[in-house]
Design a protein around this ligand. Structure first.
Ligand code: R5P
Length: 284
């Protein structure tokens, strides 16, 4: 087998390779002066089972295109199979036509990956689970929850879902940690603004543990954390699988836990997904 790292998050690919007792393959990846990407795989590929790592975060268009180009190079070099390991699946939030004349980018991305030559996908905490059905190839969908549950063992408090989309995830956290559950009714006013109308449940005098698959601007978590404190929460801890944050601090959040699906910022608590990815690759 062979592990190829895209430039979005080579540290994670190297960590997974180390778990499997190997190293990432030699690859040349360059950006030409006009912005186009060129790659060359510097090792023999013919007949090999290849895993390509990319987390198209923070520069999604660039990293997605780089992934497609890497896959094309591997396909044309006669790889036996190409598994795209995409811990953070970008463009997932546009997953349905809920208003007129909008795209379904989660499906478009799936089509592009398949057309390029990907034969299997390994990913984690998809924004919505039905995205698995956008592919006609096998998708191994992993959950970060067991890793967080292990890290949070012994914590007291109430699990809080910051919006309706996170209710299912929050319920499972509450079950696993044997904690109570509360839910927030959030309305999105724009890309950077959200409004909180209500909290169903009781956080008074307790620690609120917010759980979400993704934070981007941090607006959702900030609004939810401040609302919890208004309702009497004495402390707020937030647990997020994919953090696109540009700065580690979120107003109202006392402690933030993330995975390294995306290169984590300094100052946040990190749970590594590398051993889980290594196990899912089937070579451990
Ligand atoms: C929404 O459906 C997601 O689960 C996140 O809550 C949302 O994408 C977070 O975005 P932001 O951090 O910009 O509020």
């Amino acid at each position: 087998m062979m592990i190829v790292a895209g430039t979005s998050h080579p540290e994670l690919a190297r960590e997974v390779a180390a778990c499997l007792g190997t190293e990432t393959a030699q690859v040349r990846i360059e950006t030409f002066p006009d912005g186009e990407i060129g790659v060359q795989i510097l090792e023999d590929v013919r007949g090999r089972e290849v895993f390509v790592f990319q987390s198209p975060a923070r520069r999604p268009n660039h990293f997605l295109m780089e992934l497609l180009i890497l896959v094309d190079a591997l396909k044309r070099a006669s790889a036996r199979s190409i598994t795209a390991v995409i811990p953070y699946y970008a463009y997932a939030r546009q997953d349905r036509r809920d208003k007129g004349r909008v795209p379904i980018t989660a499906r478009l991305t799936a089509d592009l990956l398949e057309k390029a030559g990907v034969s299997r996908v390994v990913t984690m905490d998809l924004h919505t689970e039905q995205i698995q059905g956008f592919f006609d190839i096998p998708v191994d969908h992993l959950y970060a929850r067991p890793l967080f549950v292990e890290a949070l063992k012994g914590q007291s408090g109430v699990i809080v879902s910051p919006d309706v989309g996170s209710n299912r995830m929050a319920r499972k956290f509450a079950e696993d940690l044997k904690l109570d559950l509360a839910m927030i009714d959030k309305r999105r006013l724009g890309g950077r603004n959200v409004e909180i109308n209500a909290l169903i449940g009781d956080v008074d005098g307790k620690q609120a543990i917010l759980v979400d698959d993704l934070c981007s601007t941090g607006g959702t978590l900030a609004a939810a954390a401040q609302f919890c404190k208004k309702k009497g929460a004495k402390r707020v801890l937030a647990v997020v699988t994919h953090s696109l944050l540009q700065k580690p601090h979120i107003e109202g959040v006392d402690q933030l836990w993330v995975t390294n699906s995306i290169p984590p910022l300094k100052g946040v608590q990190v749970v590594s997904i590398a051993p889980m990815l290594a196990a899912a690759m089937g070579h451990k």
